[in-house]
Design a binder for this molecule. Structure first.
Ligand code: ATP
Length: 336
């Protein structure tokens, strides 16, 4: 115990169905944390508990030393310092700056101080100049950024964001990233963002919590697929699309989810002679280089991300549009 957030034995049930099950989890103050997972994995349920918008069915959640799993005056006081930006933010029938100032008005911040903070927040999300525009006339991506500005102005201790870049076009994603870093660096805010965009999670977050069916998972964050397991001459395969069948090892039947760690995929110029059962030819459609390695996205009918060293990248002269093979072992496919 004694972290900014401590979670013990938390369960959340809706109508008897358990959608969240977190045995032990802690988050340090001032971290940027991404909660990733597929649709329905429990991301929103999780961050709503932390946003003090809901209670767990069982277990304990402590935020800043306060038990928030039950109603209490301390929990009510903490609510002033915690805010959540939801997936479809509500805009009041008012101008952009009035929407952003909302939390400040309710906290008694008025006049110049209010104007300064609103202007600073709008600047951070790249919406300065739109102060007087009716908020309801904005695009979905702009609304998302107004909602983020509205959260920033109150300088929260804990900021929760549900899919903060849904609807924000690529050109403006950097404003959202900048806003998140800004509030953390300036105010020491702990930021937790739910996202199924792994790139945002990996690029921005210092910690990633991956949820699968409401539980924390160590399943790889990329190359997630689902399909029906069929038995083909004693071998289990999942047919994803015509022509793409992935060999798996599993006792499961019917619909399964599976994932392949990008580090377990070999990129080759020839269909490697090896025991690996999964060999797919495809075209390189993405190349992202980091310091010592690169992520190669290969479109084989399904898109597969593989990690290669910069040395291999050079040796194979990998480039966009090139035809290559993606090869991985059956045992590298994690079925869940
Ligand atoms: P998405 O990426 O689609 O937003 P998510 O990971 O945020 O998904 P949640 O919204 O937390 O997932 O939902 C987790 C599960 O809980 C889903 O099966 C959902 O149907 C269920 N659920 C969420 N809220 C409720 C509710 N109020 N009543 C009943 N079931 C709910």
């Amino acid at each position: 115990m004694n972290h900014f957030i401590d979670i013990e034995g938390v369960r959340k049930r809706y109508g008897g169905r358990e959608v969240l099950s977190l045995d032990q989890l802690s988050i340090e103050r001032g971290r940027i944390v991404a909660v990733t997972g597929a649709n329905g994995a429990g991301k929103t349920t999780f961050i709503k508990l932390l946003a003090l918008l809901d209670y767990p069915s069982a277990g304990s959640v402590q935020v800043n030393g306060i038990d928030v799993s039950i109603a209490s005056p301390a929990r009510s006081r903490l609510r002033k310092h915690v805010t959540m930006v939801s997936q479809n933010p509500y805009m009041f029938r008012a101008s952009v700056d009035e929407n952003v100032a909302f939390g400040l008005r309710t906290r008694g911040v008025r006049g110049n101080a209010q104007r300064r903070r609103v202007s600073e927040a709008l600047q951070t999300v790249g919406l300065h100049g739109l102060e007087k525009q009716p908020a309801r006339s904005l695009s979905m991506g702009q609304v998302q950024r107004v909602a983020i500005a509205r959260a920033l102005v109150i300088k929260p201790m804990l900021l929760l964001l549900d899919e903060p870049i849904a609807g924000v076009d690529q050109a403006h994603v950097s404003y959202v990233e900048r806003a998140i870093r800004w509030i953390r660096d300036k105010e020491g805010t702990t930021v937790i963002l739910a996202t199924h965009n792994i790139d945002l999670g990996i690029g921005l977050a210092e910690d990633v919590i991956s949820l699968v069916n409401g539980r924390v998972s160590d399943i790889p964050l990329r190359n997630h697929f689902s399909g029906i397991v069929v038995d083909r001459r004693g071998e289990k395969v999942v047919a994803l699309i015509p022509g793409v069948k992935v060999s798996v090892v599993t006792q499961k039947t019917g619909k399964v989810y599976f994932a392949v760690d990008p580090g377990d995929i070999i990129v080759s110029l020839t269909p490697l002679e090896s025991s690996a059962r999964n060999v797919f030819e495809g075209t390189i459609v993405g190349l992202n280089c980091a310091e010592s390695q690169a992520r190669v996205t290969i479109d084989t009918g399904i898109k597969l991300d593989a990690i290669v060293t910069l040395k291999s990248l050079e040796e194979m002269k990998l480039r966009l549009g090139m035809r290559v093979f993606a090869v991985f072992k059956t045992s590298s496919v994690k079925v869940f």
